[in-house]
Design a protein. Structure first.
Length: 133
């Protein structure tokens, strides 16, 4: 699969901001049961993509990006609509293997202020259309 998360904006105490975004490829293996009407399953996989951030309200506004590697686990549910088509929902967790953070460095004193840092575990929820052949 493919994931694209909307850009978010965070503000630090000193008024600096970082606007970040994430995209990732999401390969996974699933054990699923898809009977006539309703199905369920569990999946384990990974996310590999790029997280990017752009500083705002800084002396030098910079942009930076890092590789985003994460492990994932999820529970799935699917409701058959017609033929091979299902409405599929998923609820799961992602744990990054590297926790990228964005910091600002003071021009005068070199002090570092953390603007944003990836959480050790994040919740993932999706809803979409799926087809099984």
């Amino acid at each position: 699969g493919f994931g694209l998360w909307p850009r978010t904006s965070e503000r630090a105490a000193n008024g600096a901001r970082v606007r970040s975004g994430l995209w990732a490829l999401r390969p996974r293996l699933c054990a699923e049961n898809h009977p006539q009407r309703f199905g369920y399953g569990v999946c384990a996989g990974a996310e590999l993509g790029q997280i990017s951030g752009r500083g705002r309200n800084l002396v030098e506004n910079q942009r930076n990006q890092r590789v985003w590697p994460a492990l994932t686990v999820a529970a799935t549910g699917a409701l058959r609509l017609a033929g091979p088509w299902f409405l599929q929902g998923e609820m799961g967790l992602a744990a990054p293997l590297d926790r990228p953070r964005f910091v600002s460095v003071g021009a005068e004193d070199g002090a570092r202020t953390r603007l944003s840092e990836a959480k050790p575990v994040s919740l993932r929820a999706t809803l979409g259309l799926a087809s099984y052949f």
